[in-house]
Ligand binder design. Structure first.
Ligand code: PEP
Ligand code: MG
Length: 589
């Protein structure tokens, strides 16, 4: 009798993919990977130990190859991520360094691998960019795979699960996630991972609810436990009570009805009732995500973050490799625009073996355009790949982190040089593309009038603009409460950028997170932002809200809001004027 009334436990994690599901837990973890022994290998046995390590890596590569070969049609778009893991397995920093440690110090393979991975992880942890920082997950996942082969632990075979379950794991690699059979797996939850983890990206593409970063889910949950998962809010309920179950079921039903409705609508243009057309586009990190943008009604790519291809490798990607990826995206979206942002990396740490000295304050260091201007050959390689891809569709180029006019001049000069070099070699390219800048540093806002005379468009990056305006680290939880897009300080910055763009007849777009929150749509329309770009899943809801807001009224509203000096008052004004319209259009599970 008591077994039926186990106490309900609620745990909070990071929302990785929205939606709700209820079902039995299926633990996919295997024992033995965490606890590794350390022992000494004497000199004459070290080459055998190295061979054992190499065999474990080879087996891991074979396993991934098999997963790619057997991946069903709908997962073919994700094989790029798995291929990246195959490259990582042989990465110099991981593979060569582990072998060196075995040979030099006589440490057994498991312990050597563990030590190298710990070093890599602490290096990655110092990176300011959240997306890059979370690539630690990739390193952990490939090392887990090698470790499993070393200790002989069973591998997870998600493809063989034949029940309708919710997966519970310490972590799931992209390879494992891609084996998920949609008709069986309702959702998944993990101890590790962040919002920008690849596993999260795949879950969003598969459109199954997922919560990650729960820390101790695998300790609290047993096989077959009943779970209610809320991927929209990042909540997991273990042993849900009858009341919770009813509540979750109702929300699940309403959310699914709402999704069906807005996804159907999202393939139409988003026009305000008074006839203002606002193109709504998607942000992507990987070429694979372009499908999700199209499926959610995105009218182009407003931000293609190109960092991923430079990561976790000892060599920079070649012009041809970059060109292939860009061309893929450009062709899928043509004739719609693809805005390729040049490398925005705090290069020294993230770019494998080519590291410079560590910087004490990377967000204020040699990041993005600063890094590229210091490394003109690396920059031109990318610029050439972009110009070549532009032959196949509608390409725009965006320079990130611009803080003065000189950087724009220098970047444009290198773009011209890249075109000239292509001319000389006779490779086809299209030099007639729009070039714009990210406006995400306060000095660029102050110089907006001057910068607007030099470029074709502004794309406002609110993630960094807010970070630098308030002097708050965007990844630091302690100051997260100061991240206020409606703050008068931010509203005035945005107004200044929009006005400068209008005065100089150039485009003004937004691709920071602010653009993807339907709640901010009235303000953005009122400010005159002409295009919005966001996480693909947000596109339908933002389009829906645009269709409900009069642009002219929003303009008057923003002019009034700009008189205010208190963020609370502006927030209250949005609520008073638009609260009921927004509540009618947006349903959050
Ligand atoms: C931004 O800063 O708002 C932005 C879109 O760029 P990222 O998040 O890649 O820094
Ligand atoms: Mg930015």
């Amino acid at each position: 009798m008591f077994a039926d009334h186990l106490e309900e436990i609620r745990i909070n994690g990071i929302k990785a993919s929205p939606g709700i599901c209820i079902g039995k837990a299926y633990m996919v973890d295997q024992e033995g990977v965490d606890i590794v022994e350390r022992y000494y290998i004497d000199k004459q046995h070290r080459s055998k130990e190295v061979k054992r390590f190499k065999a474990a890596v080879r087996k891991a590569i074979d396993e991934l190859n098999e997963i790619i070969t057997n991946a069903p049609e709908e997962f073919q778009q994700h094989t790029g991520i798995i291929e990246t893991h195959m490259v990582l397995l042989k990465d110099k920093m991981l593979y060569d360094k582990t072998i060196q440690l075995i040979e030099a110090e006589g440490i057994n393979a498991e312990w050597a691998l563990k030590r190298i991975v710990a070093g890599l992880k602490s290096m990655f942890r110092n990176i300011s960019d959240t997306y890059l920082r979370e690539r630690t997950a990739d390193i952990e996942q490939v090392s887990d795979r090698i470790m499993r082969n070393l200790v002989g632990a069973d591998k997870v075979n998600i493809g063989a699960i034949d029940k309708r379950v919710i997966l519970v794991a310490r972590d799931l690699s992209p390879a494992e996630t891609s084996q998920i059979q949609l008709e069986r797996i309702k959702g998944f939850i993990t101890d590790r991972g962040g919002q920008a983890s690849h596993t999260g990206i795949i879950a969003r593409t598969l459109e199954i609810p997922a919560v990650v970063g729960l820390r101790n889910a695998t300790r609290l949950i047993n096989n077959e436990d009943l779970l209610a998962v809320d991927g929209t809010n990042g909540v997991v309920v273990i042993h849900p009570s009858d009341n919770t179950l009813v509540e979750f079921e109702e929300r699940q039903q309403r959310y699914e009805d709402y999704l069906t409705l807005i996804t159907r609508e999202s393939h139409h243009r988003a026009e305000t009732p008074d006839g203002h057309y606002v193109p709504v586009m998607g942000n992507i990190e990987l070429s694979e995500e372009v499908v999700s943008v199209r499926d959610h009604g995105g009218e182009g790519i407003g931000l293609y973050r190109t960092e991923f291809q430079y990561l976790s490798r000892s060599e920079f990607p070649t012009e041809d490799e970059l060109f292939d990826k860009y061309r893929e995206v450009v062709e899928v979206m043509a004739p719609l625009p693809v805005s390729i942002r040049t490398l925005d990396i705090n290069g020294d740490k993230a770019i494998g073996a080519n590291g410079n000295d560590e910087e004490p304050n990377p967000a204020l260091g040699l990041r993005a355009i600063r890094y590229c201007l210091k490394n003109p050959e690396l920059f031109k390689t990318q610029l050439k790949a972009i110009l070549r891809a532009a032959v196949y569709g509608n390409v725009r180029i965006i320079f990130p982190l611009i803080s003065n006019t000189q950087e724009v001049e220098d970047a444009q000069k290198l773009l011209q040089e890249a075109a000239d070099e292509l001319d000389r070699t006779g490779v086809p390219y299209n030099g007639d593309i729009e070039a714009g800048i990210m406006v995400e540093v306060p000095s660029a806002v102050i110089l907006a009038e001057e910068l607007a005379k030099m470029v074709d468009f502004f794309s406002i990056g609110t993630n960094d603009l807010i970070q630098y305006a308030f002097a708050i680290d965007r990844g630091n939880q302690n100051v997260a409460h100061m991240y206020q897009p409606l703050h008068p300080a931010i509203m005035r910055l945005l107004k200044q950028v929009a006005d400068a763009a209008r005065n100089n007849h150039i485009g003004v777009y937004m691709c920071g997170e602010m653009a993807g929150d339907p709640y901010f749509v009235p303000v953005l329309l009122g400010l005159g932002i002409q295009e919005l770009s966001m996480n693909p899943l947000s596109i339908p809801a933002v389009k829906r809200v645009i269709r409900a807001i009069e642009a002219d009224e929003a303009k008057k509203f923003v002019n009034q809001a700009l008189q205010e000096t208190d963020v609370k008052r502006i927030t209250a004004m949005v609520e008073e004027s638009y609260g009921s319209i927004l509540a009618k259009q947006i349903y959050k599970a």
